[in-house]
Design a protein. Sequence first.
Length: 102
Amino acid sequence: AGAKPLPPAVEHTVYRIVQEALTNIRKHAHGARATLGLRVDRENLECEVTNPVTGLPGAAAGEGAGLGLRGLRERAALLGGTLDTENRDGVFRVRLRLPVAS
């Protein structure tokens, strides 16, 4: 059997979050190489965007409080999901998890 289509709201949210994460990499990491991972099962979609940190460490590199990241967290929360960020070992990571079960 084929894969079940994702709910349109989930598709749109994933698209916008990945778009913003890649835009942030272009702006704040000076176009550093990005890696995108995506996994979908019957209950959840998990997406991770990573890039090497360039320039400023910690909060200045985007950890936590930026308005853009806050907006991404709000988008995820509206669908019952979570969005976490991490800046560790020279890699900045954005992790999205959304429920997909209807």
